[in-house]
Design a protein around this ligand. Structure first.
Ligand code: ATP
Ligand code: MG
Length: 252
């Protein structure tokens, strides 16, 4: 089987005005375990990029490194021209990175409204300056408006995922990181989430970095990066994703 491996320097056509996110030669460890190996990745403004790879290759580790929950041992992460490599997570969030973690991490005891308000904490000035919930999130996910006073923990998995995306959006990110937003979710809600992500990009112009196993959602992205053993081993436009590559890097 042939997989086209693009050299990092050619991995992505740089945007005219510069990349929104640029990762260069990133190495991340858990203790002495070397997880991410010389990762290069770029995202242009308004672009949707998908990260694919089998279980345990380092996709979540990369997203956690971008938001700052993990610190790299070497390499750099640049957001809109500013090196954010040594910033703590809250500063990166206020700088424009929204993060929807794998497993959603909704606060079960808080209401849907309170979970949403937490998202405003990522805005400059935080929740003391911002109390307004942008109605776009209710247009995207009407169920959230219906269940505003319900406990987060009482929502279904699909509804919690919608809440996690809405919470991240309320921080008004320039870049949204989505870690397996359709994992363990029923097919009809998977489609709702796919459509919502397309609409978010269309209407807000933000960039998205998506980790995903559903081939149809992967193909919705403009560009893909495929990971193996902590490194990027292939990348290209998703229009060129062959069945072979999909089979090799998605557990389908
Ligand atoms: N907290 C941790 N401590 C030590 N090793 C870890 C930790 N979290 C993950 N790892 C290891 O790091 C590697 C990459 O894990 P990661 O969660 O990034 O993979 P992934 O590609 O997101 O997998 P999945 O598709 O299952 O979500 C794996 O070998 C995993 O066992
Ligand atoms: Mg993961």
């Amino acid at each position: 089987m042939t997989v086209i491996t693009t050299p990092p320097s050619l991995a992505h056509p740089s945007h005219e005005g510069g990349d929104l996110l640029g990762i260069r030669n990133l190495n991340v460890y858990y203790g002495e375990s070397h997880i991410l190996r010389n990762v290069d990745l770029s995202i242009a403004p308004g672009q949707m990029v998908c990260l694919i790879g089998l279980n345990g290759v380092g996709k979540t580790t990369l997203l956690k490194s971008i938001i700052g929950l993990l610190q790299q041992r070497s390499g750099s992460i640049v957001l809109a021209g500013a090196d954010i490599s040594s910033q703590p997570p809250h500063q990166r969030a206020r700088g424009g990175i929204g993060y929807v973690p794998q497993g959603r991490e909704i606060i079960a005891q808080l209401s849907v409204r309170e979970n949403l308000l937490l998202g405003l904490e990522a805005r400059p000035g935080g929740i003391s300056r911002h109390r307004h919930i942008d109605p776009l999130v209710f247009e995207l996910f009407p169920v959230l408006e219906k269940f505003l006073n319900r406990r987060g923990g009482d929502l279904s998995g699909g509804q919690q995922q919608q809440l996690a995306i809405a919470r991240a959006l309320l921080g008004k990110p320039r870049l949204l990181l989505l870690d397996e937003p359709t994992e363990g979710i029923q097919p009809s809600v998977v489609l709702d989430i796919q459509r919502a992500v397309a609409r978010i990009i269309r209407e807000t112009g933000i960039s998205v970095l998506l980790v995903e196993h559903h081939a149809s959602f992967v193909r919705q992205a403009d560009w893909y990066y495929a990971m193996q053993k902590g490194g990027v081993v292939a990348s290209g436009p998703t229009s060129e994703l062959s069945k072979e590559v999909i089979q090799r890097f998605l557990s389908v």
